[in-house]
Write a protein that binds this ligand. Structure first.
Ligand code: AMP
Length: 145
């Protein structure tokens, strides 16, 4: 018989099915962000620790446009959220917030965005969070319904 749970302990979540494909191909070690992680191509790095690396986007869409990526081999938020160990999840998301703070984005506010799969137009198959800031960013998504 299962041990009774203390009242402040949430029930464990049910096991998840495999991460949905989101229309992306399987992880490819030749993707541009994997190559940046290995130091094979240059990037203007602004932060790195055991869990994440952050660098300026090569085609910025705001005065500040930085990408934060985990060191692990994850295609998108779908497999990162489903498969990454808790330590990696915590380390990565702490790094996202820390990078925004260190870039001076907190007083004015900023947007963190992750394109996931084909409908979102994800181009690079290594999970990444965009950080945008430095101006009023407008609507969340283009109108269209
Ligand atoms: P996404 O559409 O969410 O996959 O965004 C991919 C982002 O990666 C785009 O904003 C690109 O400008 C950016 N990008 C592509 N290649 C590089 C690179 N070598 N260094 C920095 N950013 C890059």
């Amino acid at each position: 018989m299962a041990a009774p749970q203390p009242p402040d302990s949430p029930a464990p979540p049910p096991a998840l099915p495999p991460a949905p494909p989101t229309g992306l191909p399987p992880y490819d070690d030749g993707n541009v962000f994997a190559r940046i992680l290995r130091g094979e191509i240059p990037a203007r790095r602004v932060f790195e620790d055991d869990w994440a690396v952050a660098f300026h986007d090569i085609a910025p869409q705001a005065p500040v446009h930085v990408l934060v990526i985990p060191r692990g081999r994850y295609c998108s938020l779908a497999d990162f959220s489903a498969d990454a160990p808790a330590e990696a999840l915590a380390g990565f998301w702490r790094a996202v917030g820390r990078v925004a703070r260190e870039l001076g984005l907190e007083p004015g506010g900023y947007r963190a965005l992750c394109n996931t799969g084909v409908d979102a137009g994800q181009e690079v198959g290594h999970f990444h969070v965009h950080l945008f800031g430095g101006r009023r960013l407008g609507r969340m998504v283009p109108p269209g319904g």
